[in-house]
Design a protein around this ligand. Sequence first.
Ligand code: PMP
Length: 449
Amino acid sequence: MTNPIVERYIAENPAAKKLFARALDLFPGGITHDVRQQEPFPFYIVRAMGAHKWDTDGHELIDCAMGHGAMILGHGNPAVVEAVCRQMRDGTHHSASHPLEMEWAERVQKLIPSAELVRFVASGTEATMMAIRLARAFKKRDHIALIDAHFHGWSDYASVGWVRPAANQLPGIPQAVRDTMHPVPQDLNAVEAVLKRGDIAGLIVEPTGPSWSKIPMPEGFLQGLRKLTTKYGVLLIFDEVISGFRWSPGGIQGIVGIKPDLTTLAKILAGGLPGGAVVGRRDVMELLRFKDPKWNIEQKVLHNGTFNANPLAAAAGIACLDQLADGRVQKLVDRQTAKLRQGFNQVLGRLKIEGCAWGESSVFHLILGVPVPARGDGDLRDPKLSPEVLSKGSAPLIHQAFHLAMWHEGVHIFHSGGLLSTAHDDNVIAKTLSAFERALVTMQECKLL
Ligand code: PMP
């Protein structure tokens, strides 16, 4: 596809174009994460600070991706940088237990209401894999329920819910794995129907609704899940990889007052470094401990991992969680993001463009070129569009042009939305809104909207 927006991108990014040619000989498709797939080619970042980052072609960008949600304190938070530098000098891997892992876990235990015990892993994907394994071992059942389109990382198991498999989809994922995973719509009757099977060990859910509240959770849904899982003797697993420490110091569970049996954490947990954790009920988590030889072989859940509780991640995580403990940061970032969502809707109204911005906490989503009767010109939690329409999002042509048009105006949009940080002050919000307005006008001039 080409249009003036794409042509401008090619013309203004000669260094990125060259790097991409090099990358094609190194990485499949030239990229290292599926989400970095971008036509005509990706951009390359060399430095990030606060709410900004800079690319190889000399552009300054307002960052709305913020480490895929990990950087709630902005890039280069002084306390985190200081803690990591200090730890670098004391060693980045001790091949042994270390005191910092306890300081890290104590903070997690204090903040996350259901965290009776903690086991660190190296990523969100590993955290959800371990939660699923623990549920299976605890219940001595093989089957797991999950909700359509909820994202839990890229493991064989989690992929089955993210992309509900047709016979010819999900290459590389064995049928035997698919047969144990049961995706159902975000609907309590559908959940009950699958739990009634009697062989489900656990139900895993993104408690924000899929992709950080892109499809808002119906009121009472989480309470319904807690009731149903208790009734059918199934472990409830909250995947709080995004919402943990962001929605509140205690994640979503800290707001809705529901205790899941297990919770998965990553991203903010490790202060912008790689890290994750499974936390939860003592009796379930105790399956990871060593006891007598018979137990160790027959009951203990296996778990290794070279970078579990890595000292650098621990240092960053502690420095980060200390700044998030009293909830002031979350309230501040929530307020800034609400201003942005409201501002987006006002711009759309002014330019008479169909679509809307919505979201919760400190995240936003955008859909363009789709009528939204519920929009208004304020902040919006739920656009009241069908899950199918919300999942699909803007038409592909509009989606691509919007990302590039925003990029030309100096804003990196993430998945048609973003996750903000403390560095997104009023000045950054105002700049993002005027960038949005200019990007939409350009798209109108190109007859894309
Ligand atoms: N669960 C959720 C809810 C996520 O958003 C993500 C990552 N975006 C993951 C799990 C996987 O985490 P990671 O990328 O660290 O493996």
